[in-house]
Structures are given as structure tokens and as C-alpha cells.
Write a protein that binds this ligand. Structure first.
Ligand SMILES: Nc1ncnc2c1ncn2[C@@H]1O[C@H](COP(=O)(O)OP(=O)(O)OP(=O)(O)O)[C@@H](O)[C@H]1O
Ligand SMILES: [Mg+2]
Length: 190
């Protein structure tokens, strides 16, 4: 079966003023595939993900293609609307909102009530811990639980691509294992 390329980064560089953070990077992602960017501190991984999601603009050269369309100049809301979700580095949840409210925020741009309800069930099935704690303030969750919530919130967008920046950062090995098992499951159910 021929692989279906959904994301393509071609000869991409990013400059913060004079500083080159990413140099002539090319890679692609096929549908159903888990792709990992590996590099030392400062290698440009976060810059690459933020370029794809549109959070940084202006210093980019080269192409970023999503389902055949060039998106390297699109603003972030347009890109997320097209089906690319990102969990930022440092798992940013809304600390003063409950778990459930954080998930609602993830579905902010959607209007399909039935689909949203289904996705709540889906996220809670994936992370039963979040269901148990749905009324708890997100800021009081453990690090691992906050990571689960960050992933859950991104999934509430029902994205075609989920990008995670250092999903295991600062977590205990057993929680890391849980997160990676979930990533595998996600790929299979996508
Ligand atoms: N806003 C900015 N202004 C200037 N330089 C920046 C800015 N953001 C990042 N950089 C620089 O760009 C380079 C790449 O940074 P980036 O955060 O993309 O790396 P990374 O691979 O995610 O690293 P880490 O593993 O430490 O998270 C670094 O040298 C960094 O100092
Ligand atoms: Mg980084």
C-alpha cells in the first residue's frame, strides 16, 4: 500500500534574527505513523514544532506542506482548524480551570455537539484518571496527570496530527511508560 504523506517539511530553516535555529531540515510524516525528532538541547526541535503550528513566523525559509498545501505562512488558528494540534513544551494547562473545563477549551472551535460528547468519552476512556478528577483544578494535578490533560485537551480538537513537545519531560519512568503506551494506542485508533 502506498503511504499517504500528510505532513512534509522541505529544506526548512528558521532564523531568530541572525541566529540560525534550524538549518535545512527535511522530513515527512505518513498517515498512521509516529515520528520522533531527536536532538540535543538547542538543536531546534521546539522551533520546528512551533513553525509547523504557526506560533512563530517571519524567520522561516523553505516549505511546510500539510495535505499537499503550503502552510508555512498560515496563522496558528487556521492551522489548528485544519487539524494540527500541539501540546507545548512544559504541559501548559489552565491551572485555575477544572479538568473538565480544560477539555472543553480544547473543543472551543467546534460546533458538533455529538462529536464533542463522543470525544469526552474517548479521552476519559484513554485516561480514566482524568475522569476521576474531572472537577479538580488542573493546577493541583500531578505532573503526569497534567501531561495527560494536555494530551486530552489537544485530542478534543479531534486533530489529524498531534504534535507533542517533550511529552516525557520531568515525569517518573512509570508515567512516561503510560504516556508512550497511550501514544501507541492513539496511532492505532486514528
Ligand atoms: N525567541 C528566541 N530568540 C532567539 N533565539 C532563540 C529563541 N528561541 C529559541 N532560540 C534559540 O534557537 C535554538 C533552538 O532552540 P529550540 O528551543 O528550538 O531547541 P530544542 O531542540 O527545542 O532544545 P531543547 O531540547 O533544550 O528543548 C537555541 O539555540 C535557542 O537558544
Ligand atoms: Mg525544546
Amino acid at each position: 500500500m502506498e503511504a499517504n504523506k500528510i505532513l512534509e517539511v522541505i529544506n526548512y530553516s528558521y532564523y531568530y534574527d541572525q541566529i540560525c535555529a534550524v538549518r535545512e531540515l527535511s522530513f515527512h510524516v505518513n498517515e498512521g505513523e509516529v515520528v520522533t525528532l531527536i536532538g540535543s538541547n538547542g538543536a531546534g526541535k521546539t522551533t520546528t514544532l512551533r513553525s509547523i503550528s504557526g506560533l512563530i513566523r517571519g524567520g522561516g525559509r523553505g516549505e511546510i506542506k500539510y495535505m499537499g498545501r503550503n502552510i508555512e505562512n498560515y496563522p496558528p488558528h487556521k492551522i489548528s482548524g485544519m487539524g494540527i494540534a500541539q501540546c507545548l513544551e512544559g504541559r501548559q494547562v489552565f491551572p485555575h480551570l477544572s479538568v473538565r473545563e480544560n477539555l472543553v477549551m480544547g473543543a472551543f472551535t467546534r460546533t458538533d455537539k455529538k462529536g464533542i460528547a463522543d470525544d469526552f468519552d474517548y479521552v476519559y476512556a484513554l485516561f480514566p484518571r482524568l475522569l476521576e478528577r474531572q472537577d479538580q483544578m488542573a493546577g493541583t494535578l500531578s505532573g503526569g496527570e497534567q501531561q495527560m490533560l494536555a494530551v486530552g485537551r489537544a485530542l478534543m480538537q479531534r486533530p489529524k496530527i498531534l504534535m507533542m513537545d517533550e511529552p516525557s519531560l520531568g515525569l517518573a519512568p512509570i508515567v512516561i511508560n503510560e504516556i508512550f503506551q497511550t501514544i501507541k494506542k492513539l496511532r492505532m485508533t486514528a
